[in-house]
Design a protein around this ligand. Structure first.
Ligand SMILES: Cc1cc2nc3c(=O)[nH]c(=O)nc-3n(C[C@H](O)[C@H](O)[C@H](O)COP(=O)(O)OP(=O)(O)OC[C@H]3O[C@@H](n4cnc5c(N)ncnc54)[C@H](O)[C@@H]3O)c2cc1C
Length: 532
């Protein structure tokens, strides 16, 4: 067997894996191998922020999973993108930089994960980012991940913000600062009009180091466990089966789908799941793949009566002009992320903090879901419940890691999530009915004004909602029976193995999950380097 030995072997060059590759290889005495199933992120669809629409169903960059059919969402199989490329999901994501609320991380610590309170994790959020001009108590300058403001305030967005403010929602100068609540333009991981994902921010600058080896197109098949210790990983590259041994530690950063699947096919997980796929039990860990949570978005869209929306700018000669503009100045249509304006709001006055997150875009999509822009002017407001109660799972269906696992999200299973989503749809309508939008507003296209009762709105949400791509929790941190890693991100019961990615989050942050994943990996790198 072809074998090489490294101090650290990292599986997955996603948001977390890129951070780890950079931070661990800073120490030149350690050799680091980073294995990634996908290929290079150097492509205009990845680099142009609006290229998002070209990657989220494209197998060149994406695993293109589908969820299992679920009765709570009309038994549909929902497209479930995950990055399969250097940078992982940060190379195909929507760029929005949202950290969440103090209470999110305090709840992680209160659940027994000492060291993960907001005050503990804030230094790692600050360390990871480069954002000039923010309150230094919260924001970081000089970190690898560049966080920028929108380059162009669209008149429809300005009217939307004015309207939301007129409803009593305050403008928030920094929703990643002291408080999240309010209306604001989204902050983005975009630099000079180009995507600034984890590959650009962390991996590329480290790739010139002699002690870091990056193997793309290297698909890990299973972990090697000998007498309770992970000694290395088997992977396939260009048709050859190879083995990489790890002297100090194997770090699993294959994301909320890949990490539990790789553990299961390696014999670590719930006994019944392993029995089903015919994998001998190496270590019974019932929580592997459980506790899956994700954000489920629903949308309200309108026609717009004037040709001012992004729909028209994305066609014909105007598109050619926009491409040229982006190539020369990094501005214009192609530099937009898919959402422009954020609202963070409490669906009910008695709630302590916001539970709903909204996105507004001066564009509309066929079928009301992100994808193909409509051939007429349109605008869209979307919403999701930030801390969903509904939980699902990820379970391998075969011992062969190339066979996709079952992803069962159980969206809208919980009555609390159902209530929140109906309330969110009503708020979307309120936002879109405000006076500043009157000069632009045409008919509601989805769900349509005939969808008026709570039951009808819920039915619409079940039939037409979709993931907003924030899977987490499937290798949950904790110390109970269903916990997979401890608070130092070490796998319970197996030595020499850590999980560091979005799967370790014990509960959903009130946020899109990339910023928190970068933070987890920054903190994880410190833990690994200090475990001498
Ligand atoms: C379409 C989309 C839009 C999103 N939009 C936003 C947004 O706007 N803002 C935000 O904050 N978050 C967003 N997210 C979520 C965010 O990007 C993720 O939470 C974050 O990137 C997760 O990081 P990770 O390191 O856990 O996993 P990933 O970044 O997914 O990395 C896992 C890596 O492991 C690799 N891998 C998996 N299995 C194997 C294997 N067997 N062998 C080798 N390699 C393997 C994968 O190919 C991948 O590169 C979005 C995600 C998607 C998919």
């Amino acid at each position: 067997m072809n074998q090489e030995t490294f101090d650290y072997v990292i599986i997955g060059a996603g948001s977390a894996g890129c951070v780890l590759a950079n931070r661990l290889s800073v120490e030149s005495r350690y050799s680091v191998l980073l294995l990634e199933a996908g290929g290079s992120e150097r492509h205009p669809f990845v680099s142009a922020p609006a290229g998002f629409l070209k990657t989220f169903a494209n197998p060149q960059f994406n695993w293109c999973f589908k969820t299992a059919a679920s009765p709570s969402t009309g038994n549909r199989e929902i497209l479930f993108p995950r990055g399969r490329v250097l940078g992982g999901s940060s190379s195909i994501n929507g760029h929005l930089y949202v950290r969440g609320q103090r209470q999110d991380y305090d709840s992680w610590a209160q659940a027994g994960n000492l060291g993960w309170s907001y005050d503990d994790v804030l230094p790692y959020f600050r360390k990871s980012e480069n954002r000039a001009g923010g309150d230094p108590a919260f924001r970081g300058v000089g970190g690898p991940a560049h966080v920028s403001d929108i380059h162009e305030r669209h008149p429809l967005c300005e009217a939307f913000v004015d309207g939301v403010e007129a409803l009593g929602v305050p403008r928030n100068p920094d929703y990643n600062g002291a408080t999240q609540e309010g209306v604001a333009y989204y902050q983005r991981t975009i630099r000079n009009g180009r995507r600034h994902g984890a590959a650009h921010a962390y991996l590329r600058p480290a790739m010139r180091r002699a002690n870091l080896q990056v193997a793309s197109n290297a698909c890990v098949q299973r972990l090697e466990i000998i007498e309770g210790r992970c000694t290395g990983v088997h992977y396939r590259r260009y048709g050859r089966l190879l083995f990489a041994a790890a002297r100090r530690c194997v770090i699993l950063s294959a994301g909320a789908i890949g990490s539990p699947q790789l553990l299961q096919v390696s014999g670590i997980g719930p006994g019944a799941v392993l029995q089903n796929i015919g994998v001998p039990l190496v270590h019974d860990l019932p929580g592997v793949g459980e506790n899956f949570r994700d954000h489920y978005a629903v949308r309200v869209a309108h026609r717009v009566t004037k040709p001012v929306t992004l729909n028209e700018r994305a066609r014909g000669l105007r598109l050619g002009w926009e491409i040229g503009k982006w190539l020369f100045s990094g501005r214009g249509l192609l530099a937009f992320s898919p959402a422009h304006v954020a609202v963070f709001l409490r669906s009910e006055a008695h709630l302590e903090t916001p539970d709903l997150q909204f996105v507004f875009t001066p564009a509309s999509y066929s079928d009301g879901v992100t994808g193909k822009l409509q051939p007429f002017p349109g605008m869209t407001a979307g919403v999701w419940q930030m801390r969903p109660e509904s939980r699902g799972y990820v379970r391998a269906t075969s011992a062969n890691p190339d066979v996709p696992p079952i992803i069962q999200p159980n969206y809208l299973d919980s009555s609390d999530d159902q209530r929140a989503v109906v309330s969110g749809l009503r708020w979307c309508r309120r936002f879109l009915q405000t006076a500043p939008l009157v000069p632009y507003r045409g008919d509601e296209t989805v769900p349509g004004i005939e969808v008026a009762t709570n039951d009808a709105l819920l039915d619409y949400a079940r039939a037409r909602g979709a993931t907003v791509y924030h899977a987490m929790g499937t290798c949950r941190m904790g110390s109970d029976t269903y916990a997979v890693v401890d608070r130092e991100l070490r796998l319970h019961g197996i030595d020499n193995l850590r999980v560091v990615d979005a799967s370790v989050m014990p509960a959903m942050p009130s946020a899109n999950t990339n910023a928190a994943t970068l933070m987890i990996a920054e903190k994880g790198a410190d833990m690994i380097l200090s475990a001498r």
